[in-house]
Ligand binder design. Structure first.
Ligand code: NAP
Length: 541
């Protein structure tokens, strides 16, 4: 029976496992992974052109920077190779149960353990228990299909961008792409490269596009990164500062946002075909939906074999799509680029009173967790990339690393046997949530519908309301008062907390004394002080 069960071998699960080994030297953990390889999102999203729009040196683990990235933004194969390499380097494969998904988990208060049920690909079930449960499911886990009448009636080839059918031959076919978000913008330029493929893209709402940012990294720079790691570090710090500045520019000041909006408008009007421009400029605030750094999509719209359809889909039939204008369009292939279900918890995890995480979300009007990590009623369960932790245009790996460090602060006393379980209080969760929801209510994210929200216009439950620095500040240390421990551990834990407080006071006292000594030394002169002290000492002797 492992001490720690981790659900998912994506970025979050691997980062946590690496930290357990590197920082605690701890190895008694199991990762349950539903697929046959590590990598999560970067294993699943294999559509042509899949890549990250976050600077790759900032989208890598701080402990494992890679000097060999060929360009400023990672492509899916490069990203997957990176995470596979890390899993090998840290010898994580023996810890991973592949092709085995977690079906359910239930907290046993008496045993102070999680009972976890898993299932392999043939339906064979197994049970295990663990002291700590780490939910590292990620945010873009379950593909979303829209509710369009006749969805199942289509007789041709159908797939979702996140479940790309690599065997589908699109040559000479009429292809309907439904959706025009980040994923579609990345693969449409690829599938329409062949003029024999007739692509019609069904769009509902326009997205803001900013000019492309991907550039190759020269061999000279790679050589420097390889041989002078400090420069690579400084480069990463610069990327961090750039990300924070860009965030403030777009998200925090209406005045500054005006400038970015101007840049986006200009890019759309000067790049897309004139006939499409009116449709392509959004009416909502820049940054409300995820901004797309143009992967050469807009220029692709000039291709004669690609057209946009803004009429809306009425229904789907055996051989095509009927638009809201009543027009029937025939297709051989239908590709859904309609995103992911980010407003539901996809697993049945039951806490102290038998309620599931999804039950809690529903009661609260949508996903909600304390610093996106802990949920009241679910002791010793920690989420990585939980509600309101993504930062829109920031590095997910950055927020994952902050969360991992935070969780380790609980894991240490649990593994040492000082405490059996920690549980966040409902009051602390409500307080935290009220604070971020108040910030979000003043943000751009409420000016449109997006996957950042619960339902169409519910609470903003995916994005964090501030810059990465704020997340770091909030999560850098635990407010132990916001957590309660199990009854049997209470007095032991209170003792630990008291000793820590005294230790901190002593440190502060020493710091103040030292500062006074430095100030006195500077004003009276060190030599005078030392001679005085020696004189007094010699008289004394
Ligand atoms: P998405 O941004 O949620 O976009 C879904 C698209 O489907 C939207 O355009 C939506 O239109 C459309 N849609 C839904 N139902 C429709 C219907 N009935 N008819 C027509 N259109 C419909 O999904 P995504 O593009 O897969 O991206 C999801 C997230 O993945 C991104 O926001 C991003 O965080 C991440 N991602 C990142 C990268 C990267 O470069 N880092 C790459 C790919 C994905 P509405 O806008 O009208 O709802």
């Amino acid at each position: 029976m492992p001490d720690i069960v981790i659900i998912g071998a994506g970025l979050g699960g691997l980062s946590f496992a690496i930290a357990l080994k590197r920082k605690l030297g701890f190895t008694d953990f199991t990762i349950f992974e539903k697929a046959a390889e590590v990598g999560g999102t970067w294993r699943d999203n294999i559509y042509p052109g899949a890549s990250s729009d976050t600077f790759i040196h900032f989208y890598s683990l701080s402990s494992d920077l890679n000097p060999e990235w060929p360009s400023t933004h990672g492509s899916q194969p490069d990203m997957l190779a990176y995470w596979v390499r890390l899993a090998r380097k840290y010898e994580l494969y023996p810890h991973i149960a592949f092709n085995r998904r977690v079906v359910s988990a239930e907290w046993d208060n008496k045993a102070q353990r999680w009972h976890v049920v898993t299932e392999d690909t043939s339906g064979g079930r197994a049970a295990t228990t663990a002291r700590v449960l780490i939910s590292a499911l990620g945010i873009l886990e379950v593909p979303r299909y829209p509710s369009i009448p006749g969805l199942d009636a289509f007789g041709g080839t159908v797939f979702h961008s996140a479940k790309w059918d690599a065997g589908a031959d699109l040559r000479g076919k009429r292809v309907a792409v439904i959706g025009n978000g980040t994923s579609a913008a990345q693969f449409v330029p690829y599938i329409s490269e062949d003029p024999s493929v007739q692509v019609t893209q069904f769009c509902r709402t326009p997205h803001w596009f900013l000019p492309p940012i991907r550039t190759p990294i020269s061999t000279r720079w790679r050589w420097i990164f390889r041989h002078v790691p400090l420069i690579m570090w400084l480069y990463r710090v610069l990327l961090y500062i750039r990300a924070e500045m860009a965030y403030l520019l777009v998200f925090h000041h209406a005045f500054l946002r005006k400038y970015s909006t101007k840049v986006a408008k200009k890019h759309i009007t000067t790049t897309a075909p004139e006939a499409d421009v009116a449709h392509l400029i959004p009416t909502y605030d820049l940054g409300c939906k995820r901004i797309i750094f143009d992967p050469n999509y807009l220029v692709t719209l000039h291709r004669p074999n690609l057209s946009l359809n803004w009429d809306g889909i009425q229904s789907i039939c055996a051989d095509g799509i009927i638009t809201k204008n009543g027009e029937k369009l025939n297709f051989d292939v239908m590709i859904f680029a309609t995103g992911f279900i980010a407003d539901r918890f996809p697993l049945e995890i039951r806490g102290t009173d038998g309620r599931s995480v999804q039950d809690y979300y529903e009661e609260q009007g949508g996903p909600k967790a304390y610093i996106g990590t802990t949920v009241p009623g679910f002791p010793n369960m920690f989420m990585i990339s939980g509600p309101n932790t993504t930062t829109g245009h920031f590095s997910v790996v950055f927020s994952v690393e902050q969360q991992v460090d935070y969780i380790l602060k609980f894991v240490k006393p649990i593994l040492r046997g000082v405490v059996s379980s920690f549980e966040v209080t409902p009051a602390a969760t409500d307080r935290y949530d009220a604070r971020i929801q108040e910030m979000l209510s003043r943000s751009v994210h409420v000016s449109c519908t997006s996957w950042y929200r619960t339902g169409e216009d519910g609470r903003v439950s995916s994005v964090f309301p501030g810059p990465g620095m704020l997340l770091w500040w909030w999560i850098r240390r635990v407010r132990w008062g916001d957590y309660r421990v199990d009854a049997a551990s209470t007095s032991r834990w209170n003792g630990v907390v008291r000793r820590r407080k005294v230790g901190r006071l002593v440190m502060w006292a020493l710091y103040v004394l030292l500062s006074l000594a430095v100030v006195l030394g500077a004003t009276r002169g060190w030599s005078g002080m030392i001679t005085d002290a020696l004189r007094r000492w010699s008289v004394h002797v």
